[in-house]
Design a binder for this molecule. Structure first.
Ligand code: 5RP
Length: 231
């Protein structure tokens, strides 16, 4: 699939999700190129229908800038109670609507927004679909103070850790001053067990396994059909 075709599919899924947002609601807005199309579609609704939102929170500076350029006011997560709905992209989605997220490095904020949302919709093109989670490195955000120990432990567990690097060849530093270790074990072995292990590993801030969270996935297929899958 070429990029133009993939963008066309992403836009279709994004437009569909934008029509599901209720005026007057509190919205969480995720990160990524598919979400960028979703934000454009929200802007169109605002201009054409006088559509407005009570509160908006987002998971990236890029989405924040785009929302603000369209006249939406963006607040911090700590300023709201819960989002009625969060719309985000995903790096991989399995048959049970579990996902891998965090390719962009914003997994900690993404998970915090997700967990504080009444409903979650992911918008993806069909290239993100897998039967079993895998085909994409699983990001784990770790505190610098014990990151070397975390890395070694992941190696011992056969999780094939790799430091995420930035464009200068240095360790990538997250918004919160932490590092990211990408686990290359593929497919992800026993996702629920692994999530439990990571949730209980001291020094792990957050990981990119988003399990049992997503309510609906809107999938744009290359044959032009849009599929909605619900949990
Ligand atoms: C970042 C994400 C993004 O939502 C995911 O990478 C999707 O990006 P795109 O829509 O550009 O394919 O999970 O952590």
């Amino acid at each position: 699939m070429d990029k133009q075709e993939q963008d066309r599919l992403k836009k279709e899924a994004a437009n569909k999700a934008a029509m599901m947002v209720k005026s007057g609601s509190t919205l969480g807005v995720g990160t990524g190129s598919t979400v960028a199309f979703f934000i454009d579609a929200l802007g169109e609704r605002k201009d054409k229908e006088g559509f407005s939102l009570a509160h908006i929170v987002t998971t990236s500076n890029r989405s924040k800038k785009q929302l603000e350029s369209l006249g939406f006011k963006v607040e911090e997560l700590s300023a709201i109670d819960q989002a009625d709905l969060t719309v985000d992209g995903a790096d991989r989605v399995d048959d049970e609507l579990n996902g891998i997220k965090g390719g962009g490095g914003a997994l900690t904020l993404e998970k915090n927004v997700a967990i504080n949302s009444k409903k979650i919709i992911w918008i993806v093109d069909e290239s993100k679909l897998v039967h079993r989670l895998g085909g994409f490195p699983l990001p784990v955000e770790v505190l610098p103070i014990s990151c070397e120990q975390n890395f070694k432990r992941f190696e011992q567990e056969g999780l094939k850790p790799q430091w995420r690097m930035d464009e200068n060849g240095d360790r990538y530093v997250t918004h919160y001053g932490n590092y990211i270790i990408d686990l290359a074990a593929d497919p992800v072995p026993a996702p629920h067990g692994l999530a439990d292990f990571l949730d209980h590993t001291v020094g792990v801030v957050e990981h990119g396994l988003f399990l049992d969270m997503c309510d609906k996935v809107i999938i744009a297929h290359s044959d032009g059909t849009i599929e909605e899958k619900e949990r």
